[in-house]
Design a binder for this molecule. Structure first.
Ligand code: 26V
Length: 837
């Protein structure tokens, strides 16, 4: 039987209409027991944490189901315009606690579990992170999903259901060792498999031209190797508003078409095995956040996501409207999360022209009115390019379409700039050369009606540098959407104590309107309030210290200044600058120069791409410096340096509340936005930062007196690169010289000679793109201002309150409303309970 066959006999209503799931404690207990004992077949005597978690997850999911259906029904009835968010990454983290908060059932569930002798915290913390992303870009997609549901917007997320998510990081002898993250090994209670919505995605083969019955030319893409895309849906609950949106992730599955010759020659098992292993497109997430260009499997993943998602949207369209696409662009919008799904531009053309018979002009009109592209990086090595050869082999029809798009686009260019070969060469979607390549960013810009950056400075640089020619041609396409993070996860869930104090003080409206935090401003002057604030921060720091003691057996002084840099390890993010500062402090202590010193605990966490040797060596350096410092009795209690292994979403939730100082120290002009900076601000950390990405806007919001600014600005960086002489800076700065001496004499690698030589050389090179040495002095001075401020704890607390009070802009609700007003133009669709049939 085909999975698309529906039961035709009536009545259906009686099957799908269930009695409401109760929200009382007793309902919870009976649901939980039912799942634990009956569904999961477990023994009531020997309670197992994982299965208890599953049973509670299913119990909670049941309570979402009705709303999920109602939301679906509401959107369908309204025939509303929708946005489809296409992203290769969703860094969702844990779901259970978030779902309970959204439903407003945390207290009841906690009580229910307690009554049957289970501490709910144990179940919550046994959940694996859904780590289907690398860092900022993937987590942003997750925050956006949360905000869209909370804003009651009809937005569907499309992505890939990787079997293996972001690797787990362990540290062995100071070095990063990657372990695969088989997160689906245990059952994922949040997903629902929807076999009835499978699609077929084509690869390889070749094209042929055929005349259709009306005598028009139609291109056929034939003799392809096909892969099936099976959707798995995850509910995305809005905050206490009945809306439950959908995240649809595709899994690749082999078709059941085999090479009959292999069968006939008797190698049945080999034929099946080959088939299954060849088609494992969604097996693993690529763990690099730059520089993975040219890998065939990655291109397959990108096309698989784009094609399956577009086919899904179009088949839904055809079901509702038949073959009339005249309103398609009014009703649908695709937001491309970076260039990763930008092959969607060509795929939509293919589907409309080849599969649905539209003219090229009509299809192009629809495509360029529905696609919108977000850029997330200015790093040249992260800009995607695909060899034309590879595309021709893997996606021959798509390559033809890209050539056609390019030809038409270049004729537009030559009208604007007649006889300007240089413009043509620079703007072309195809990069000429020994290995011709497709520039995916150019395809995305040409095919979209909107191109946005993710912070004001970033957008300005896109317009003036990276995409200046395109900005000249189409100034109105370009716009800024400063990133944000969801306050549900990044304040309410991760910092319940602070959330409670805020709610007691200004009410709970802030949870869905973060601008209301402004009402805390006057309380910064209130002594009693400051004491309560400080007490909560102190308790959070103690929890972090206890956690480090329990898990890593290191002692940290909870009275110390908690100085935190957590993010991917990358040279442009300058973890090295942080290390130079730590070595400088260590040197001061060793010289007995401690009178002005504030006890400090420096925490650094983050993963390095497995193939990024320099980043891995930086991790090794951090761990070696940490080993020397932490084992020195003279230093104890004054300075600690710790590397936090396996930084992920859940780790950030645990870290956030206890941070005093947030390190955002990238080379100006390199960090597109940053979002960790926003999470830490929201939890009352004060930023020490360069004028880069969203730091600039954070400083604007909170005021210079509540922000520690340092370093070269973006234009100073650009100017300095031309005549940069780090060695003379070192010569003229005694403290820096001493720091470099310690590194160079092997103080931190006594038994591992030479392992840091390449790092030292890069710091001292006039070609160092990150200008670390140039910012050293300014950074040290800013850190002195930090120490001055921290010594006056009341003053510090005031700054901390001001940071939270001014963080309203950085809610992803604000970001999503900006996207909606200026790009998506969707209507809110409130979901009325009891509406569904
Ligand atoms: C590139 C690639 C290249 C091929 C292999 C896999 C892969 C995965 C991701 C990327 C692009 C990473 C770009 C990125 O994460 N940008 C970050 O986006 C954040 C959200 O907008 C922003 O806050 C960060 O500043 C920016 O670095």
């Amino acid at each position: 039987m085909s999975n698309r066959e529906f039961i035709t006999s009536k009545p259906r209503r009686s099957i799908v209409k269930l009695p409401e799931k109760g929200l009382k404690k007793k309902d919870f207990i009976s649901s939980f027991k039912e799942y634990y004992v009956n569904t999961l077949g477990r023994d009531e005597e020997s309670l197992n944490t994982h299965y208890a978690y599953e049973a509670l997850g299913l119990t909670v999911r049941d309570r979402l189901m009705e709303h999920w259906k109602e939301t679906h029904h509401t959107y369908k009835q309204a025939k509303s315009r929708r946005t489809f968010y296409l992203s290769m990454e969703y860094l969702m983290g844990r779901a259970l606690s978030n779902a309970m908060i959204s439903l407003g059932i945390t207290d009841t569930a906690t009580q229910a579990m307690h009554d049957i002798g289970i501490e709910i915290e144990e179940l919550i913390s046994s959940e694996m992170d859904a780590g289907l992303g690398n860092g900022g870009l993937g987590r942003l997609a997750a925050c956006f999903m949360d905000s869209c549901a909370t804003q009651q917007l009809p937005v569907i997320g499309y992505g890939l259901r990787y079997e293996y998510g972001m690797f787990t990081q362990t540290i062995v002898n100071g070095e990063q060792v990657e372990k695969p993250d088989h997160w689906l090994r245990l059952r994922n209670v949040w997903e629902v498999k929807r076999l009835e919505y499978e699609h077929r995605v084509k690869f390889c083969g070749h094209t042929e031209i055929q005349l259709d019955i009306e005598g028009r030319q139609r291109v056929l893409w034939i003799e392809t190797k096909d892969v099936l895309a099976i959707p798995y849906d995850t509910p995305i609950p809005g905050f206490q508003n009945n809306t439950v949106n959908t995240l649809r992730l595709w899994k690749s599955v082999a078709t059941e078409e085999f090479h009959l010759d292999e069968f006939n020659s008797g190698s049945y098992v080999k034929a099946v095995a080959d088939k299954v292993s060849a088609d494992n497109i969604t097996m693993v997430l690529y763990p690099n956040d730059a520089n993975e260009n040219g890998k065939t499997l990655r291109l397959k993943q990108q096309y698989f996501l784009s094609s399956a998602s577009l086919q899904d949207v179009i088949s839904h369209w055809v079901n509702l409207y038949g073959e009339d696409f005249s309103q398609f662009a009014d009703k649908n919008c695709f937001q491309l999360n970076d260039t990763h799904p930008s092959i969607a531009v060509a795929e939509l053309m293919r589907l409309l022209v080849d599969m649905h018979g539209l003219s090229w002009e009509m299809a192009w009109q629809i495509t360029t009115a529905t696609m919108a592209y977000t850029n997330h990086t200015l790093l040249p090595e992260a800009l995607e390019k695909w060899p034309v050869d590879l595309m021709q082999t893997l996606l021959p029809r798509l390559m033809e379409i890209i050539f056609e798009i390019n030809a038409r686009f270049l004729s537009e260019v030559s009208i604007k700039w007649p006889a300007d070969e240089e413009k043509i060469r620079c703007m072309s979607i195809i990069e000429e050369g020994d290995c011709k390549q497709v520039r995916m960013a150019h395809l995305a810009i040409v095919g979209s009606f909107s191109v946005n950056g993710v912070a004001e400075l970033h957008t300005k640089l896109l317009q003036q540098k990276l995409f200046a020619d395109f900005y000249d041609l189409w100034p109105n396409k370009f716009n800024n959407k400063t990133n944000g993070v969801t306050p549900r996860r990044w304040l309410l869930e991760c910092n319940p104590e602070l959330s409670e104090l805020i709610t007691e003080t200004i009410g709970s409206g802030w949870i869905t309107d973060l601008s209301l935090l402004k009402q805390l401003v006057p309380y910064a002057e209130n002594r009693k309030f400051r004491q309560q604030w400080l007490k909560i921060k102190q308790a959070a720091k103690q929890r972090l210290a206890d956690y480090k003691k329990r898990v890593h057996n290191v002692d940290i002084n909870a009275d110390a200044l908690f100085d935190v840099q957590v993010k991917r390890i990358h040279e442009y993010k300058r973890q090295l600058l942080k290390v130079l500062h730590v070595i400088h402090l260590y040197n001061l202590i060793k010289q007995g120069n401690t009178e002005s010193l504030v006890p400090r605990c420096v925490l650094i966490g983050g993963k390095a791409a497995p193939s990024y040797d320099r980043a891995k060596r930086i991790i090794k350096l951090i761990n070696n410096v940490s080993a020397v410092i932490n084992s020195d009795p003279e230093v104890q209690g004054k300075l600690t340096l710790l590397f936090l292994p396996d930084y992920n979403v859940t780790a950030m939730q645990e870290i956030c509340p206890g941070v005093d100082l947030s390190e955002q120290i990238s080379t100006a002009g390199m960090e597109a936005s940053g979002t960790g900076n926003m999470k830490l601000m929201m939890n009352g950390a004060i930023t020490i930062g360069t004028l880069d990405g969203a730091n600039i806007e954070i400083r604007q919001q909170v005021g210079d007196e509540n922000f520690f600014q340092f370093g070269l600005t973006e234009d100073q960086v650009a100017a300095r690169r031309k005549h940069y002489d780090p060695c003379s800076i070192i010569e003229n700065d005694e403290a820096l010289q001493q720091v470099m001496n310690l590194l160079e004499c092997g103080h931190f690698n006594q038994f591992e000679p030479g392992i840091f030589t390449s790092i030292i050389q890069s710091l001292k090179s006039p070609a160092d793109p990150w200008l670390t040495i140039a910012d050293f002095r300014s950074y040290i001075d800013a850190q002195l201002r930090v120490e001055d401020a921290y010594r006056d704890r009341h003053h510090w607390t005031k700054m901390s309150i001001m940071n939270v009070a001014c963080s309203g802009k950085f809610s992803s609700d604000r970001t999503i409303n900006d996207y909606n007003q200026e790009i998506w133009k969707l209507h809110r669709q409130p979901v009325n309970p009891n509406n569904a049939d």
